[in-house]
Design a protein around this ligand. Structure first.
Ligand code: B16
Ligand code: MG
Length: 219
C-alpha cells in the first residue's frame, strides 16, 4: 500500500493555461519567417521543451544553430509580452483551493514544469509560496519525457517517487512521471494522458484531495 507524501504538478495545462500564449508567440515567429503553423500543430508542442517545440514547428526544415537560437529568443520575447497579462484569476478552476487542502492534509507540494518562465508565471498567479519545491526548464539537462525533472523535484521534497503523485496534461509529462516511478493523474484530453493511472478530464476542479489520497493508498 503506497503512502502518499507529495503531489507534483505540471504548470501549463494543470495549474494555468499558457498554451494559447505559446501558440500566439510561435505563430508570430512562423508567420514572419514563412513557416506554416496551425493551432493543430501547436497541440504537438504541449509539454515539450522550447527546443523540441522549434524542431516540431520546423518539421525538418534545415536552419543553422545560430538561427535556431535567434528564433527561440524571439519567440520567448513575444511569449513574455503575453505573460504580463497573467493575474491570480488565470489559475485554472479550484487550483488554489486544491493546493490549500493538500497542504492541510500534510502533503508536500512540488512543481515540475518544462518552462523557463515558470517562476515568472507562478509569481503572477501569486502561487510561488504554495510550493515547497519548484523545478523548471533550468533545473535539469534532459527534458520530459526523461524522468529527470520530476525526480529532481521529488529529491528536493525528500520524497521517494513511489510515494508521490504527478499531475500532468501532456503525453511527454505522463511518460516522464511513469519512467521515474511516480503515480500519475492525467489532466485533460484522454488521447494525451491515456497511460496515466487516473484521468481527470476537467482537471483539479473534479478532484477531492482526501479521496485522491485514499484512492492511491488503496492500490
Ligand atoms: P518555455 P509545462 C511547457 O510547460 C509548455 O507546455 C510547452 O508548450 C513549452 O514549450 C515548455 O513549457 C517550455 O516553455 O519556452 O517557457 O521555456 O507544461 O511543462 O508546464
Ligand atoms: Mg503541461
Amino acid at each position: 500500500m503506497p503512502r502518499i507524501e507529495a503531489f507534483i504538478f505540471d504548470l501549463d495545462g494543470v495549474i494555468t493555461d499558457t498554451a494559447e500564449y505559446h501558440y500566439l508567440a510561435w505563430k508570430q515567429l512562423a508567420d514572419e519567417e514563412g513557416y506554416p503553423f496551425t493551432r493543430e500543430d501547436n497541440e504537438q508542442l504541449r509539454g515539450v521543451s522550447r527546443r523540441e517545440s522549434l524542431n516540431r514547428l520546423l518539421k525538418g526544415a534545415p536552419i543553422s544553430e545560430e538561427t535556431a537560437q535567434a528564433y527561440m529568443e524571439r519567440k520567448n520575447q513575444y511569449y513574455q509580452r503575453y505573460l504580463k497579462q497573467i493575474t491570480p484569476a488565470n489559475a485554472l478552476p479550484n487550483v488554489p483551493e486544491f493546493l490549500r487542502a493538500a497542504r492541510l492534509a500534510g502533503v508536500k507540494l512540488g512543481l515540475g514544469s518544462a518552462s523557463r518562465n515558470a517562476v515568472d508565471v507562478l509569481q503572477r498567479l501569486e502561487l510561488m509560496t504554495a510550493f515547497d519545491a519548484v523545478g523548471d526548464g533550468y533545473s535539469v539537462v534532459n527534458p520530459k519525457p526523461a524522468p529527470d525533472l520530476f525526480v529532481w523535484v521529488a529529491g528536493r521534497l525528500g520524497v521517494n517517487p513511489a510515494h508521490a503523485v504527478v499531475f500532468e496534461d501532456a503525453e511527454a509529462g505522463i511518460d516522464a512521471a511513469l519512467g521515474g516511478g511516480f503515480w500519475t493523474v492525467g489532466i485533460g484530453a484522454e488521447h494525451n494522458v491515456h497511460r496515466a493511472h487516473l484521468i481527470a478530464p476537467t482537471g483539479l476542479a473534479e478532484l477531492d484531495v482526501i479521496r485522491l489520497i485514499q484512492h492511491f493508498q488503496a492500490l
